[in-house]
Design a protein around this ligand. Structure first.
Ligand code: UGA
Length: 472
């Protein structure tokens, strides 16, 4: 068993809270700091605040023993060897990451530094942030020998965040000092030595004692670029496959076959080649914009990223056109919408293409009854109330009397829907699937008009006749 290290994590959002709880899970003592008193009170009372697998049970296990919550950053700094900054870096008007929260935390840490500490940036930040943090701390009168700043980006996905943290493809540590690099190596040792995976109560995933995750040590600048470049590349992969899916639509090819054929090339790989209504969430849209902006500021032409964003925006418009072409006119049509979250298995609706589409369809005069397993409350709080928008208690209730059913989020629970039952509930059996969750041949056999992404649409025989005579 390696030595427990006292760690502070500043920020209790997705990254901060998951990191804090997972550091406790691998044996460290953690103080999680947030300046929002209500959040701290909620976490202290056992509320996890976010919908994330494994988080509730880990919080119950470690709350008040290996992990505690506070608003007092000064005290947390004094008590800890490493302080992880995991506060938000929202997108500013110009597309840059707004680093004011990072700066404020760095200055507050500086005011409490009395002995050597390692300050770790875990938030997604542009290259050079590490240097700015160092300068901000020095400007507050702290000597260079009292601290090091390390970049340790996080690659977790919402919905599988705990598993991603404990079973990472890689751990990246950008450190320009030996002392800081070895403290970070010690913090992650339970994972990199494989010791954690030997525990009978370890959360299972892709890593094991025989195959522990690698730790990659880089310069601080490289680590910062690795994070932005990784997210931008994944977004590019999605936009690429979406553009190819559009080509498949006009040629009657099938994107599933094309993506499979591409993904079998080990240089390309099968993941992140699922076409859809575009990427969303709190990371890809913001990080692509921030990376492009950094490149701009440094005089590098990275207009490839502008194209990635353009394709992503167009993808939603194309979906709207599909709905229109399935229904002829939109005003007054009743639509059942399945999915509001930006992807399945999360309640997060930030930059959700599903929510954008709901707003676009409301603007077209549609009546919408939406259902999402976890994101309805957030949607209700965040988008303007409309007489035309209602929420249903399940997928079947959303389909009642619908002119069409739209699939906007890839929730696992939608895969098992009983379409025979849906058929009897809907006014017209039309499904427009923005996530390719169903098999077109099966939908055809069930009597549906089924329109998906990058695959030939299927129509019940009668509809085909109508479509042919109408020249549609
Ligand atoms: C993403 C990255 O995957 C993580 O590695 C990273 O740590 C995280 O951002 C972050 O920077 O914090 P996340 O935003 O949780 O994670 O979600 P993803 O699973 O990557 O999905 C992002 C969006 O792309 C979703 O809207 C999803 O529906 C869409 N997507 C994903 C596709 O349209 N097609 C795909 O093949 C994959």
């Amino acid at each position: 068993m390696s030595k427990a290290i006292q760690i502070a994590v500043v920020g209790s959002g997705y990254v901060g809270l998951v990191a804090a709880v997972c550091f406790a899970e691998i044996g460290h003592d953690v103080i999680c700091v947030d300046n929002d008193e209500r959040k701290v009170a909620a976490l202290e009372s056992g509320d996890t605040l976010i919908h994330e697998k494994h988080l509730p049970e880990l919080l119950v296990r470690y709350r008040n023993n290996r992990i505690r919550f506070t608003t007092d950053l000064g005290e947390a700094t004094r008590e800890s060897e490493a302080i992880f900054i995991a506060v938000g870096t929202p997108q500013s008007e110009s597309g840059d990451a707004d680093l004011s929260y990072v700066e404020a935390v760095a200055c507050e840490i500086a005011r409490s530094l009395t002995s050597y500490k390692v300050i770790v940036e875990k938030s997604t930040v542009p290259v050079y942030t590490n240097e700015w943090i160092r300068r901000a701390i020095e400007r507050n009168g702290v000597g260079r020998r009292l601290f090091d700043v390390v970049s340790n980006p996080e690659f977790l996905r919402e919905g599988t965040a705990v598993e991603d943290f404990l079973h990472p493809d890689r751990i990246v540590v950008g450190a320009d000092s030996e002392a800081a690099a070895s403290l970070l190596a010690a913090i992650y040792a339970p994972l990199t030595t494989g010791a954690y995976y030997q525990r009978p109560d370890a959360i299972r995933g892709s890593c094991s004692t025989a195959q522990p995750p690698p730790l990659l040590t880089t310069s601080t600048k490289s680590a910062e670029i690795i994070k932005h470049a990784s997210n931008a590349f994944l977004a590019l992969k999605i936009s690429f496959i979406n553009a190819v899916s559009n080509l498949c639509e006009v040629t009657d090819a099938n994107i599933e076959q094309v993506a499979r054929g591409m993904g079998l090339d080990s240089r390309i790989g099968p993941r992140f080649l699922r076409p859809g209504i575009g990427y969303g969430g709190s990371c890809f849209p913001k990080d692509v914009a921030a990376f492009r902006s950094v490149a701009d500021q440094l005089g590098i032409d990275f207009s490839l990223l502008t194209e990635v964003e353009k394709i992503n925006t167009q993808q939603k418009k194309r979906f709207l056109s599909k709905v229109r072409s399935a229904l002829w006119t939109l005003r007054g049509k009743r639509l059942g919408v399945l999915g509001l979250a930006f992807k399945g298995e999360t309640d997060d609706i930030r930059e959700s293409p599903a929510v954008d589409l709901v707003e676009m369809l409301l603007a077209e005069g549609c009546f919408i009854t939406a259902y999402d397993p976890a994101a309805m409350k957030r949607t209700e709080e965040q988008i303007a109330a409309s007489r035309h928008l209602h929420y249903a208690e399940d997928a079947y209730a959303a389909a009642v009397d619908a002119d069409a059913l739209l699939i906007l989020t890839d929730w696992k629970e939608f895969v098992d829907l009983d379409f025979k039952r849906l058929y009897t509930l809907m006014r017209y059996p039309i499904v427009v699937d923005g996530r390719n969750l169903f098999d077109p041949a099966e939908m055809h056999d069930l009597g549906f008009t089924y329109i998906s992404i990058g695959r030939p649409a299927v129509y019940p025989t009668r509809d085909v006749e109508v479509a042919t005579t109408a020249g549609v």
